[in-house]
Design a protein around this ligand. Structure first.
Ligand code: URA
Length: 240
């Protein structure tokens, strides 16, 4: 070793000793910035399903979800059905017994009424997209719990992001209150055009409520006429 090499060796040994002392004194805290960055990254882990580029990919990645307890009581995961490029998305509350059995939203009595509502405004079921706030049936059809909606609705948000509809039609209070993050009553929320991010959002009665109370069919028809008028205006349609 020449003198130059000795100097470098001594310097490196001093540096090494310095770091060893620092580590003894402060442990990992000698790199505070690094651990702060690591914390942020930990909190923002992107889950695989969030990267889905299509509805089919999303469905295949989430259909075994057991993030909430409904995952263990459901028969089928009810993702949603319809046109992946739909201009109109109908969002209900949660699957019922028929939907749970068949894995498709709105296939029971309420679904048959929804089909009639669609036909009344010249829309076909295949042309729109239909889904729910929750993808799994709550036992005894009870209202969804806030924690269930919190856990499940990121999937719905991703569906909306992929479909990019012009209109969202909320079927009933639960969907409306959740998407608008409000406690307002259905009565106060109807007859207005709201916004969910960039999408126009309209609220009407849930078809199951219309089956229970036929007096609401008339105002529900007014809601749908309001929607169809706006839809026509936005899409330059004159004859429907
Ligand atoms: N009620 C809903 O809210 N959604 C369905 O899919 C069926 C009934």
């Amino acid at each position: 070793m020449n003198d130059n090499q000795k100097d470098i060796y001594n310097l490196l040994t001093d540096i090494e000793r310095y770091f060893m002392q620092q580590e003894e004194l402060f442990g990992n805290l000698i790199y505070p910035e690094k651990s702060a960055v690591a914390k942020i990254l930990e909190n923002e882990v992107i889950e695989d399903w969030q990267k889905s580029g299509t509805l089919d990919e999303l469905n295949s990645k989430i259909s075994s979800c057991v993030k909430c307890s409904l995952g263990s009581t459901r028969t089928n995961f009810v993702f949603g059905v319809g046109n992946p490029n739909a201009k109109v998305m109908f969002i209900g509350e949660a699957p019922g017994v028929d939907e749970d059995a068949q894995g498709e939203p709105f296939v029971g009595r309420a679904g048959q009424l929804l089909n009639k509502i669609l036909a009344a405004v010249n829309l076909k079921r295949e042309e729109v997209y239909i889904c729910n706030i929750l993808k799994c049936r709550p036992p005894q059809n009870r209202d969804p719990l806030a924690t269930e909606m919190e856990t499940c609705t990121p999937y719905l948000e991703k569906q909306i992001e992929l479909i990019k509809p012009q209109f969202i039609i909320c079927l009933g209070r639960i969907a409306a209150q959740w998407l608008l993050q409000t406690n307002d009553t259905l009565t106060r929320l109807r007859e207005k055009v709201h916004k969910y991010r960039d999408t126009k959002l309209i609220i009407t009665y849930h078809p199951a409520a219309l089956l229970r109370n036929p007096n609401w069919k008339r105002p529900a028809w007014e809601d749908m006429k309001m929607f169809r008028k706006l839809y026509n205006e936005l899409n330059n349609i004159n004859n429907l």
